[in-house]
Design a binder for this molecule. Structure first.
Ligand code: FE2
Length: 293
């Protein structure tokens, strides 16, 4: 534990945009954080939605230990991504056994706006991602504020979607974005489609947010094609340039975000010439609760 535990917040926060995101300076996450420091950090997480930490060495075990402060860490159903002997870590890499770019993008689903774990009954709370090797160009991570997305909907839209539920399905989003069915029958059984409200109340801030993204396949009680069109339209309406933070990575940075009130996506990079290795873990949150209109 840190010797600096006597101070409740031995770090500084610098906003990354006027609305979303803050950079945290002054903490060495590899040393662990005390409960007091974590509480202050968690308050910043709830307030800013996205937290960025400057470049620092962070071994896989320390990343998992830090993630456990937030809650139970998800073991991902797609076991091929497990990293360094830690089933809680999910590594995305385009390197071959010799460390050269293999020309394949490891997860094309990440290129579309989504929220982690929305395909589970208990959805993602924080995702914590560490950049081991990052490309010189491309491979950015973008974040969008879903409180603002809801607030900016017209009253007509708000009335229309009040009480509506969407079906989220990992098999749908992966097959769609990769153009091929990647999941085994067992993985599909482990991750069946689930329903969540489109308009969600954040369980801690109490604020209302839009909750959809790329794993959302259909709308409960609506013809499939009509639901698809509505989801596409709302996913596009949810993104506002001035409510977005676009992060260009430096090696060894760490970013964490609140999946309950943000969406994120990665941007393209050339997997033939650029190297990108990131490891992430997602903390389990709760079953989403709808917001009263
Ligand atoms: Fe993601």
């Amino acid at each position: 534990m840190r010797a600096a535990a006597s101070s409740p917040a031995p770090f500084t926060l610098r906003p990354l945009t006027p609305h979303l995101g803050a950079e945290v300076s002054g903490l060495d996450l590899a040393q662990g954080v005390t409960p007091d420091v974590f509480r202050a950090l968690y308050d910043a997480f709830l307030q800013h939605q996205v937290l960025l930490f400057p470049p620092a060495e962070l071994p896989p075990a320390a990343q998992v230990a830090f993630a456990r402060n937030f809650g139970e860490v998800q073991v991902h159903v797609m076991t091929m991504y497990h990293a360094d002997g830690f089933p809680e870590l999910y590594r995305l890499s385009n390197l071959d056994a010799e460390g050269k770019p293999d020309g394949k993008h490891p997860d094309k689903g990440t290129l579309y706006w989504h929220t982690d774990g929305s395909w589970r009954t208990v959805t993602g709370q924080a995702t914590i991602i560490y950049g081991e090797i990052v490309p010189e160009s491309g491979g950015e991570t973008h974040f969008a504020d879903m409180y603002g997305a809801y607030e900016r909907l017209s009253d007509d839209w708000k009335r229309r979607i009040a009480g509506m539920r969407a079906v989220h399905n990992l098999d749908f989003s992966r097959t769609r974005r990769h153009g091929t069915d990647l999941m085994t029958e067992q993985q599909k059984r482990d991750a069946p489609p689930v329903e969540h409200p489109i308009v969600r109340r954040h369980p801690e801030t109490g604020r209302t947010c839009l909750y959809l993204g790329d794993h959302a396949e259909s709308i409960v009680g609506m013809p499939y094609d009509e639901g698809r069109a509505l989801i596409e339209e709302l996913n596009a309406l949810a993104i506002h340039r001035d409510l977005t933070y676009e992060h260009r990575w430096q090696p060894q940075q760490l970013i964490l975000w609140d999946n309950r009130c943000t969406m994120h996506r990665a941007t393209e990079y050339d997997p033939h010439t650029q190297r990108r290795v990131v490891r992430r873990c997602t903390v389990l949150g709760e079953e989403p609760v709808g917001a009263d209109p």
